[in-house]
Design a protein around this ligand. Structure first.
Ligand code: N01
Length: 531
C-alpha cells in the first residue's frame, strides 16, 4: 500500500471537537490533517437541520472558552441558540482561526490499521486515498451515526423520506401535506410543533413518551450577557465545578425532606425557568426513586393541564424514571396535540407492521403520507467509531475488543490501540456534561500528554489493560449508584439499537472526572503504557 502522506496527527471529524483539536495541535507544532465526512464544519449542527433544531444548553455556555477574544466578540441572539446560528458560529471559528486549509471535506474514513513495521496508523478514505499517521484523534461525535430501524418495506416507500439527523440542506416545506413522524425523542419534540403549523395533517407514532420541560426561549438578555462577559472566566470556572458542567443551579435539598407544598413551589419555579435545570430541582432525583416520582408526578399534572383530550394526555405521560432518557426541552410540544390536524398513535397498542408504498400500516390502520420522517435517533457513542474498520497491531478489530461493550481508559484511550484517542468517548462525561466544555478538557489532556511524550522521546502510548479494566468498573460503579442504568431503555445504555451490548456508557459527574484526569497526569500519566 502506498500511502500518499505521512502526518503527525490525523483528526477524524470537523465538529466542535475536531476543530478545537486542530487548532490546539497545530499551535503545538504538530502537522495535522482533518478528514470530515460532511461538506462543512459543525458536526452535529451540520447534519441536524430539521425544523426547530436548537441547543438545550444556554448559548453563553454552549460555546468555546479557549479564546477570550472569541467569546467576547461573538454575540448570541437568543438564550438557546438555533441550529443555523450555531452553524454560523462554527463557520466563524473555522475562518477566524484559519482552520479550513487543514480540513479535507466530503471524505469519510473507511479504515485505520496500525502498521507494526512503521509503528504508524495506515488510514484509507472511502475514495481510496491512503495516509500514514503517527497519532489518530477520533472526533467522530457521540450522536453522528443515525439510526434507521429495520422497518419492513421501508425501501418501497415512494413519498418523501427524511431522517432528522440527515436533514436536507434546502428548504423542506410541509404546507398542505400529510406527514408521518416516527419517534418522540428530542429531535421529534423540537420539530413536531413547527411541522404541525405547516402540515395539513401530522401523525406522530410514539413508542415511549418523553419528559419535556418548556425552554421559555427568548431573545438574549443583553444585561445578562454583559454581566457574564465581564466575568467569563469565573463563570466558566464555577460551572466546571458542577455535576454536568452547566449553570443549572443545583438545589442541595432532598425532594423528600420538605412539605408537599414547598416541593411544589420549587418545581413550579423550575418549570417557569424552563430547560434542563429542572432536573437539578432537588439533589436526589437521580438516585432515589421516590424523589424522582415526585418530579414525574409534577410533569404528568402539567401535561394533563395542557393537553385537553384526557386520553391523549395520558398517552403523553412518560412511565420511565425522569432523566433516565435524556430530558427534552421544547417550545409548545404538549400543546401541539390540541391541534385538530395532529394525531398521536401509540405503537405499543397498534404496532407498525410495515412501511408501504404510500405510507405506513399498523395492526389497526393504514396511513397515507406525502412525507415520512424518521426521528429515530442514533447508534450513540460507539456507532461512528465502529463504522470505521479499526485494527490494532495484533490485527484485533475494535469491534471485537468492544464485543461486550466499549471498554477503555478515561473514555480517551483503548488498550491494544496505541496512539489512538477518542474525544468525548464512551466512559467519559461527554453527553452528560456540557459537550463543548468536555471537548476542550479532552483535547487539552491529549495535547499535554503528546507534548510530554515529545519531551521524553516517547513514540507510543496506550491505556494499560489493568487501567482499562479498572476504569470500566469505576464507570459502572458510579452509574449503578443512580437510577439511570435500569430506569428505562435509552441510547445512554445502547438499548435503542437491537443487538448492541447494554452498558451505561457516560461517566457521571464532570468535576470528579476532571479531578481523576488531573491526578493521573500529575502522576506521570499513571494507567498509560509508553514505549
Ligand atoms: O433520538 P432519540 P433523537 N419504532 O433516541 C423512537 C440529542 N439531541 O434524535 O424511546 C418506533 O432520543 C424512540 O422510541 P423509544 C439529545 O441528546 C439534542 O430525538 O426507543 N419508534 C424514540 O422516541 C437526544 O437525546 C437536542 O421507545 C422508534 C425516538 O425514536 C439525542 O440527540 C436536540 C423505533 C428516538 O429518540 C437523540 O435524540 C435533538 C422503532 N423501531 C437531539 N426506533 C438538543 O440539544 C426508535 N424509535 C435540544
Amino acid at each position: 500500500m502506498n500511502a500518499e502522506r505521512s502526518i503527525d496527527i490525523v483528526i477524524v471529524g470537523a465538529g466542535f471537537a475536531g476543530m478545537y483539536a486542530l487548532y490546539k495541535m497545530r499551535r503545538l507544532g504538530f502537522d495535522v490533517q482533518v478528514y470530515e465526512a460532511g461538506g462543512g464544519v459543525g458536526g452535529t449542527w451540520y447534519w441536524n437541520r430539521y425544523p426547530g433544531a436548537r441547543c438545550d444548553v444556554n448559548s453563553l455556555e454552549y460555546s468555546y472558552q479557549f479564546s477570550d477574544d472569541l467569546q467576547q466578540e461573538w454575540n448570541w441572539s437568543e438564550k438557546y441558540s438555533s441550529q443555523p446560528e450555531i452553524l454560523d458560529y462554527a463557520n466563524h471559528v473555522a475562518d477566524r482561526f484559519d482552520l479550513r486549509d487543514s480540513i479535507q471535506f466530503n471524505t469519510r474514513i473507511a479504515s485505520l490499521q496500525f502498521d507494526e513495521s512503521s509503528k504508524l496508523w495506515l488510514g484509507e478514505t472511502e475514495q481510496g486515498e491512503y495516509f500514514f499517521a503517527h497519532y489518530c484523534i477520533m472526533a467522530t461525535g457521540c450522536l453522528s451515526k443515525h439510526n434507521i430501524p429495520d422497518f419492513k418495506g421501508l425501501e418501497n416507500y415512494s413519498g418523501e423520506l427524511l431522517h432528522t439527523g440527515q436533514w436536507p440542506h434546502g428548504e423542506v416545506n410541509f404546507s398542505g401535506k400529510s406527514v408521518g413522524i416516527i419517534g418522540t425523542g428530542s429531535s421529534a419534540i423540537q420539530s413536531i410543533p413547527i411541522i404541525a403549523q405547516q402540515a395539513r395533517k401530522l401523525t406522530v407514532f410514539q413508542r415511549t413518551a418523553s419528559f419535556s420541560i418548556p425552554a421559555h426561549n427568548a431573545a438574549m438578555d443583553k444585561a445578562y450577557e454583559r454581566e457574564i462577559k465581564a466575568n467569563y472566566a469565573a463563570f466558566r470556572e464555577q460551572n466546571a465545578q458542577r455535576y454536568a458542567a452547566l449553570n443549572n443551579k443545583p438545589n442541595p435539598a432532598s425532594a423528600l425532606e420538605m412539605s408537599e407544598s414547598d416541593r411544589e413551589t420549587i418545581y413550579e419555579q423550575r418549570w417557569l425557568e424552563g430547560g434542563l435545570p429542572f432536573l437539578a430541582s432537588f439533589n436526589d432525583l437521580g438516585i432515589n426513586a421516590t424523589a424522582n416520582a415526585t418530579a414525574a408526578d409534577f410533569v404528568h399534572r402539567k401535561i394533563k393541564q395542557i393537553v385537553t383530550d384526557p386520553k391523549v394526555a395520558a398517552m403523553l405521560c412518560p412511565e420511565t424514571v425522569m432523566g433516565c432518557k435524556r430530558l427534552c426541552v421544547d417550545t409548545n410540544y404538549y400543546a401541539t396535540f390540541n391541534q385538530d390536524n395532529v394525531e398521536l398513535v401509540d405503537v405499543n397498542a397498534s404496532a407498525i407492521e410495515s412501511i408501504t408504498k404510500t405510507g405506513l400500516k399498523t395492526t389497526n390502520t393504514e396511513y397515507k403520507f406525502d412525507s415520512l420522517i424518521l426521528a429515530t435517533g442514533f447508534d450513540a457513542m460507539t456507532g461512528a467509531l465502529l463504522s470505521i474498520d479499526i485494527k490494532g497491531p495484533s490485527n484485533q478489530t475494535l469491534k471485537d475488543h468492544w464485543r461486550d461493550g466499549p471498554t477503555n481508559f478515561l473514555g480517551l484511550s483503548i488498550n491494544g490501540f496505541p496512539n489512538l484517542f477518542m474525544i468525548t468517548g464512551p466512559g467519559s462525561p461527554s453527553v452528560l456534561a456540557n459537550m463543548i466544555v468536555a471537548i476542550e478538557q479532552h483535547v487539552d489532556f491529549i495535547a499535554d500528554l503528546l507534548v510530554s511524550m515529545r519531551g521524553a522521546n516517547q513514540m507510543r502510548v496506550e491505556a494499560s489493560l489493568e487501567a482499562e479494566l479498572s476504569w470500566v468498573k469505576t464507570v459502572n460503579r458510579i452509574a449503578d449508584q443512580t437510577l439511570y442504568p435500569r430506569g428505562c431503555k435509552s441510547w445512554y445504555s445502547g438499548s435503542n439499537i437491537p443487538g448492541k451490548p447494554r452498558v451505561f456508557m457516560p461517566y457521571l459527574g464532570y468535576p470528579s472526572y476532571v479531578d481523576k484526569c488531573n491526578k493521573i497526569a500529575a502522576e506521570g500519566y499513571r494507567g498509560f503504557d509508553f514505549a
